[in-house]
Design a protein around this ligand. Structure first.
Ligand SMILES: Cc1cc2nc3c(=O)[nH]c(=O)nc-3n(C[C@H](O)[C@H](O)[C@H](O)COP(=O)(O)OP(=O)(O)OC[C@H]3O[C@@H](n4cnc5c(N)ncnc54)[C@H](O)[C@@H]3O)c2cc1C
Length: 365
């Protein structure tokens, strides 16, 4: 029996809209505003917001289930949602009660948008000796200078959850209001896929913020203070498995008239069900010590491997027609590549590289 969670009936209409809009979202000219509006109406934008601020405060397992459903319908919209949710989750964790009371109720609906620019504190530019974004604390003011290299929906955002490094090495996280003086949103990057995410860099020149916008810190390694979310979290694996499932759905469509494709589809589907079962177990209430082998990294490695192979199987089955730019198979292959670089811990990158090198006996993460 499949381990794929059944979508709630109330959720069928939003999923239908996301599926329908997904084709137009392979284009930098389009931002998923209609899909985000529909998610707002369905209460999805409040999933990670605590109840006291008007949200529904989903558990880890509920969130993973939701991401599985949404990303199977539309990866670009779900990816944008995860960046928004990452900002909301960090706001919710903050000890700055007045900031939470101000921002979180505004982020339950689609009227305001928040996103994250934190990769320079986790996975990006880590080999450079100088911090990408420096912070000096002058009385009650924080002064920020430098670049935030990756910000999805930067031009759409009211606030960006970002952070920088002080001269003594301590780090802060702030809710950066995008109308603050000294902020320049650079032109959105030209990407291999997910162009509608409008991912861009932000330049900050002597941006002065009141400490009322402080989310966390100053503290060493501020990103280590965030619990189970963060780089390579279970949510990122859910997106990879949702994208893999979309490829398998389309491969199943090809197999209707070509039963010989069944011998390819079946083992990929069994593998998908295995990883989904383990992902849901890891996201559930069971203590981490009871599932020592189901680490975030090992689940992301398995999800990455599957999303790449499922997309390529669908392309191969679609033949030359699938190689044309507008075909769903070429898009699935491009989108699958995203998981090699997005929110990918070093251990997962190394495991992916070993798989490419045919080192299947190498240590797994
Ligand atoms: C579409 C997309 C959207 C994203 N959205 C967001 C977002 O909204 N928020 C967010 O915080 N992050 C986001 N990210 C960032 C993402 O999570 C990763 O942090 C990012 O992909 C890491 O890549 P990088 O090129 O910045 O890494 P880097 O490590 O900075 O690598 C850049 C280059 O440096 C060189 N290099 C790398 N390592 C070394 C080394 N050890 N020694 C010498 N040279 C080296 C290589 O030539 C490499 O190409 C996004 C990424 C993508 C692709």
């Amino acid at each position: 029996m499949s381990s794929w969670p059944e979508p709630d009936r109330m959720f069928e209409e939003p999923l239908r809209v996301l599926r329908e809009n997904s084709v137009s979202l392979d284009d930098a000219g389009n931002w998923p505003s209609e899909s985000l509006d529909v998610l707002g109406e369905a209460g999805v934008l409040g999933w990670v917001v605590p109840r006291e601020y008007g949200g529904s405060e989903y558990s880890g397992a509920q969130l993973v289930e939701g991401y599985l459903q949404l990303s199977r319908a539309c990866l670009p919209t779900t990816f944008v949602l995860t960046q928004r949710n990452a900002a909301c989750q960090r706001f919710a964790l903050s000890e700055n009660e007045s900031l939470k009371a101000d921002l979180l109720p505004q982020l339950v609906g689609a009227g305001r948008f928040a996103t994250v620019g934190i990769s320079h504190l986790t996975t990006s530019r880590q080999h450079l000796s100088k911090p990408t974004l420096s912070v000096s604390i002058e009385g009650t003011q924080l002064v920020l200078d430098g670049m935030v290299p990756w910000v999805t929906g930067a031009g759409q955002a009211d606030w960006v959850l970002t952070g920088g490094t002080c001269a003594d090495g301590a780090q802060v996280l702030v809710a950066l209001p995008m109308d603050a003086e000294g902020i320049t949103v650079m032109p959105a990057q030209d990407l291999l896929a997910l162009d509608s995410s409008r991912t861009a860099s932000i330049r900050l020149e002597s941006v002065s913020l009141d400490s009322a916008m402080l989310v966390a810190g100053p503290i060493n390694e501020v990103m280590q203070t965030g619990g189970r979310g963060g780089t390579g979290s279970l949510g990122t694996s859910a997106l990879a498995l949702g994208a893999a499932s979309q490829s398998l759905d389309r491969l199943a469509g090809e197999a209707v008239d070509r039963p010989e494709l069944g011998e390819i589809l079946d083992p990929l589907t069994v593998e998908r069900d295995d990883v989904v079962r383990d992902l849901l177990a890891a996201a559930g209430e069971m203590a981490e010590s009871q599932l020592p082998e189901l680490t975030n990294e090992s689940l992301r490695q398995r999800s990455n491997s599957l999303v790449l192979r499922a997309a390529q199987a669908y392309l191969a089955a679609s033949k030359g027609a699938g190689f044309t730019g507008s075909h769903a198979a070429s898009r699935a292959v491009r989108e699958s590549m995203f998981f090699l670089v997005w929110s990918c811990p070093q251990a997962v990158i190394e495991a992916n590289l070993r798989e490419f090198a045919g080192m299947t006996d190498g240590p797994s993460c």
